[in-house]
Design a protein around this ligand. Structure first.
Ligand SMILES: Nc1nc2c(c(=O)[nH]1)N=C([C@H](O)[C@H](O)COP(=O)(O)OP(=O)(O)OP(=O)(O)O)CN2
Length: 292
């Protein structure tokens, strides 16, 4: 007998890709449990399935940076103080380097991060936590179906008291831009292209390359941003190619990003009523509207 729960949760995370760099993602999780009936004539109470599996997914994947640990370009160093340094060489020889608390990463032992490799990583983790009557679990990961333009961004919210403070977590998000209440496809495409696989940096988090705590050196440091902050989970540092970044003057909450897009977009829009709907992952976001 099998029990299924669709839309169990959305995992918002980022991963390292040799071709695309750092990619923000939002994957919806569906699960299927294989098992015998328990004393309550259930494979497992839906309430418990949802709560327990969401907790495990939050603990092992959500708001983390997924690193394809078997990739030849990945170098991972666990330091004594629980900090982990990751240096990732892209196909074009650019580097992405991080120095963060261990809990900010998930190491997927595969050459690339895909729905299949993440699915088996999660299956292995979750299998050890299943009740005795459940023999197997299958996880289906899928992206939201979006028929209009969208982007992938990665960021960190140093002031957040939860896991959003991690410097490299992200989202796959649709962008809605309406001029006089008509969807403006050209503008939506402009933002989808501008923020395709982007890292969003808050300017005050940029530090001098010389002040970094991570150890690896770069041949051409001027082509990179180094950003860092200390928050309640510890010290986070990221070095990333400048051309993969958008620098903003504010925090990168979705409210601030909606305002940023509105302010930039008003320079591109002739007169009229402008409305920006910026999403953060699936089904949530912030809206800013006004006359330009
Ligand atoms: N008002 C806002 N609240 C939050 C923002 C924000 O920009 N504005 N941002 C975040 C984080 O960036 C986070 O990544 C959002 O992810 P989400 O999955 O929604 O957060 P939770 O883990 O708390 O929720 P789930 O139930 O696990 O989906 C947080 N809040």
């Amino acid at each position: 007998m099998q029990l299924f729960v669709n839309d169990l949760t959305v995992m918002d995370f980022s991963y390292l890709c040799p071709r695309r760099g750092m990619v923000g993602e939002s994957w919806i999780v569906d699960v299927m449990l294989d098992g015998d009936l328990n004393d309550e004539s259930m494979i497992q109470d839906f309430g418990k399935v949802k709560k327990d599996l969401k907790r495990l997914i939050d603990e092992y994947v959500d708001h983390k940076l997924l690193v394809p640990a078997d990739h030849a370009g990945a170098s991972i160093t666990h330091l004594d103080d629980e900090q982990v340094e990751v240096r990732f060489t892209l196909d074009n020889d650019e580097i992405i380097q991080l120095f963060c608390p261990a809990e900010a990463y998930a190491f997927v032992y595969a050459d690339t991060v895909t729905m299949a490799s993440v699915g088996s990583y999660m299956r292995e983790v979750i299998a050890t936590h299943l009740p005795e009557n459940v023999a197997n679990i299958e996880l289906k990961l899928r992206a939201e179906q979006i028929l209009t333009p969208f982007y992938h961004y990665t960021h960190g919210l140093k002031k957040h008291d939860g896991n959003c403070q991690r410097i490299a977590h992200g989202h796959r998000s649709r962008i809605g831009i309406f001029i006089d209440e008509q969807a403006c496809l050209e503008s939506q495409q402009y933002w989808a292209q501008r923020w395709e696989d982007i890292y969003i940096i808050t300017r005050e988090d940029i530090i001098d390359y010389e002040g970094r705590r991570s150890s690896g050196a770069l041949d051409n440091p001027l082509d990179y941003y180094c950003c860092a902050y200390e928050s309640s989970q510890g010290y986070f540092e990221l070095i990333i190619p400048r051309k993969s970044c958008e620098v903003v003057e504010t925090d990168s909450t979705v409210e601030c990003l909606a305002q940023f897009i509105f302010d930039e977009q008003r320079k591109r829009t002739g007169s009229g009523n402008l409305r920006v709907m910026a999403y953060e992952g699936v089904g949530k976001g912030a809206m800013v509207a006004g006359t330009v």
